[in-house]
Design a protein around this ligand. Sequence first.
Ligand SMILES: Cc1cc2nc3c(=O)[nH]c(=O)nc-3n(C[C@H](O)[C@H](O)[C@H](O)COP(=O)(O)OP(=O)(O)OC[C@H]3O[C@@H](n4cnc5c(N)ncnc54)[C@H](O)[C@@H]3O)c2cc1C
Ligand code: SF4
Length: 331
Amino acid sequence: MNRFTYVSVTDPQAAIAEMDEHDSPKFIAGGTNLLDLMKENVERPDHLIDINHLAFNKIEDGPDGGLRLGALVTNADTAWNEQVEQRYPLLSKAILAGASAQLRNMATNGGNLMQRTRCYYFYDTATPCNKREPGSGCSAIGGYNRILAILGTSEDCIATHPSDMCVALAALNATVNITGKNGDRSIPFADFHRLPGDRPDLDNTLDAGDIVTSIDLPANGFAKNFEYLKVRDRASYAFALVSVAAALELEGTHIKEARLVLGGVAHKPWRNADAEAVLNGQEATIENFEKAAALVLEGAKGYGDNDFKIELAKRAIVRALKTAAGMEENV
Ligand SMILES: Cc1cc2nc3c(=O)[nH]c(=O)nc-3n(C[C@H](O)[C@H](O)[C@H](O)COP(=O)(O)OP(=O)(O)OC[C@H]3O[C@@H](n4cnc5c(N)ncnc54)[C@H](O)[C@@H]3O)c2cc1C
Ligand code: SF4
């Protein structure tokens, strides 16, 4: 780990100003991802700005009947919040599928959005990696790529975004609120994370010095019929090989509206509007679920060790939709 200075701030503007005064500063929240990366010398900040004392630590009513989740509320407090459990149970279930109780007690909502990929080569500073060191090459393409992406990849990077929470936030049409040098702004969740393209070093669309202040969840009718299905190598402490956030607004067996997002398969939560359109206005049947699954995986590309994810994702989608529709038990 390199030497760094440290400051704790109580005002967002002070945090933003601190960012301008150093060569490679970083905000620190729960530290559960950043400290790991610093210990591995993957992240080498010269200055840490502790944002834990900023007032982004509440869950409160948001605009238009929605809910606003402070960026500094922990993952645990978010998952067990009464309003989240009642109105957005898909989000509670997705958060509780991630990490461990101890980690969720430290990890914050803002940090969860900003966590970096778990590609093995990204963590291994002895190997080339375009995300860690732009232009150095990608060791995963042609290397061991079992956990890596099958959708939205580029010749420069096939990393996945590892978050469970973000898959649910994408399905719930969340908005990310930000403050920065140029004032406040909001980003629709679909536009927050980037595909790798030729700049895999950039994970998201934030500008340098931007702070995530909160996440807005709009009101919706998905509290009854939902599923977050996470398929992984072992029951705990494992990131998703494939995960599915499925939510249905049903009238009997008729689907008024569907949401379908995959995790563990791309550089960002993978939402496919065409697949949702196949379900909207139709009957909740296995045949329609299979059609939607086929559409989501259209154009998927395996890299050898991860070829299995294509069929796994299709089956996981159908199973998650069956559970959401009440055809299988939601456990
Ligand atoms: C063993 C282990 C297993 C895990 N398993 C899972 C899992 O299964 N599923 C899952 O989803 N996650 C998992 N995680 C990841 C965990 O959820 C993240 O590490 C955590 O959410 C990050 O939050 P944090 O507050 O600790 O962020 P930090 O480590 O403090 O920060 C992470 C990054 O976010 C930036 N940042 C933090 N807050 C803000 C903000 N408000 N605005 C702008 N930038 C900010 C920091 O500068 C840093 O770059 C696991 C982690 C570990 C260590
Ligand atoms: S997949 Fe991306 S993160 Fe992994 S080695 Fe290649 S460039 Fe690096």
